[in-house]
Design a protein around this ligand. Structure first.
Ligand SMILES: [Zn+2]
Length: 422
């Protein structure tokens, strides 16, 4: 509309001195805020599966712009530490390392660059807040397992909003320090809903990782969408803008378990967070949203078992993770038929019952049985090295077009935010 008016004035000769470039420049909205969303483990195959699960396009589908390559410095198959480091620092490192180069130098992150430019910052996840992906944005350690060392570094970096699991990595001394530095601290869903007026917020909603979305109703934990919304409410108060990273961490965990229903439900929870983010970005006009998984987990495929078919609808009937169903088995695992009927609405064959009974890892056996019914294939319990879709929305979204490196993402974000980086 705006462009139309300018062009009209131009052709009427009212503003004959206005060039086309000037019109374009005036139209370009600067990027004040960035919301970087990482559905951990999410690949094109999950996107396809989720579209069938939902019965229509996902909100991410409309934002698809390109793909990115995920290999790390020392492997074709990245882990979340090297993947997160690439997406946070623009440098490929070895698997296991957090915001450090292969030779151990500390790498500046896009979150730190945004902070240095006077912006507010936030990290939101459904894993522990000290887990590889969030850690890569605001800490530097040689080994992702050093979560106790990562926790104080999140405070050293003065990240304004920290929401996720991992209470066990925040001993009393660290919580006291957080309070002294102005953080409000919340530990459950109800507490979170009351704290959107804070300036600094530390939400630790579980001892370890937060629960899968399928099992969350049995806890007092908030949803990813609720955490994301509160983070935005807090961060948007500053006119200088903000950088927020939101991780849907449970998609990866579902992939490691080869639990298709867990994955689909957590993609749904992630999509709900994307919906809130998109609403905000749409209204704000100066917010860039970038969405990209860091790698594929589980090597999931839609269809398998030598059949030209997939039965994704079946996953809608599953009401708990395989992980939870195992907790409902009795000591001798003689009640598996009842448990699987209750939580997955299937009738186990005697052969399947026996398999569960003698299984070394009954969770894997249950998930294999359910995946087979859905005709969802898996190739591994770890990650795979395929290219991953990149989605973007808002000013500069088109810059993420085509095939790029995972390290290009933070570089492009910094350029669009117009902040010094690297
Ligand atoms: Zn993983």
């Amino acid at each position: 509309m705006k462009r139309f008016v300018w062009l009209l004035l131009f052709f009427l000769g009212i503003f004959p001195f206005i060039t086309n470039e000037m019109i374009v420049a005036a139209e370009k909205s600067p990027v004040t805020n960035v919301i970087f969303m990482i559905p951990d483990g999410f690949s094109a195959a999950y996107a396809t599966g989720y579209r069938w699960y939902k019965g229509e396009n996902s909100i991410m589908d409309e934002m698809l712009v390109g793909m990115h390559r995920t290999y790390s410095a020392n492997s074709i198959v990245t882990d979340s530490a090297a993947g997160g480091t690439a997406m946070a620092t623009g440098v490929k490192t070895n698997n296991g390392m957090i915001a450090m180069s292969p030779t151990g130098e500390r790498l500046p992150t896009i979150l730190q660059a945004a902070k240095a430019s006077g912006k507010k910052t936030g990290l939101v996840t459904t894993t522990t807040i000290t887990y590889a992906t969030p850690a890569a944005f605001a800490s530097h350690v040689e080994d992702r397992k050093m979560e106790a060392e990562i926790a104080p570094q999140l405070l050293d970096n003065r990240v304004d909003v920290l929401l996720g699991g991992g209470r066990k990595y925040f001993p009393k001394t660290l919580l006291n320090r957080a309070k002294a530095e102005g953080y409000q601290i919340v530990t459950d869903h109800k507490g979170l809903s009351l704290k959107s007026s804070s300036d600094k917020l530390l939400g630790l909603f579980s001892e370890e990782a937060m629960s899968p979305e399928l099992d969350r109703h049995r806890t007092k934990e908030p949803s990813l969408a609720e955490m994301t919304e509160t983070a935005i409410q807090i961060l948007q108060k500053d006119k200088k803008g903000f950088f927020l990273m939101v991780e849907g961490g449970q998609i990866d965990w579902a992939g490691h378990a080869n639990d298709a229903a867990w994955a689909m439900k957590d993609i749904e929870a992630f999509e709900q967070a994307v919906e809130r983010v998109k609403e905000f970005a749409e209204e704000d006009q100066h917010t860039l949203v970038v969405i990209a998984g860091d790698h594929n987990t589980g090597g999931i495929s839609i269809g398998g078992y030598n059949q030209y078919a997939a039965n994704i609808d079946f996953l809608q009937d599953i009401k708990a993770t395989g992980q939870y169903m195992v907790t409902q088995l009795d000591k001798e695992r003689k009640n598996s038929k009842k448990v699987l009927k209750k939580y997955a609405n299937i009738d186990l064959t005697p052969e399947e019952e026996r398999k569960i009974q003698v299984a070394k890892d009954p969770e894997r056996t249950i998930n294999q049985i359910l995946s087979k019914r859905a005709l969802i294939g898996w190739t591994t319990y770890e990650h795979t090295g395929v290219d991953i879709p990149v989605y973007a929305y808002g000013p500069g979204a088109e810059r993420f077009r085509g095939l790029q490196e995972n390290t290009d993402l933070p570089k492009k974000i910094a350029k669009l935010m117009n902040i010094p980086f690297q």
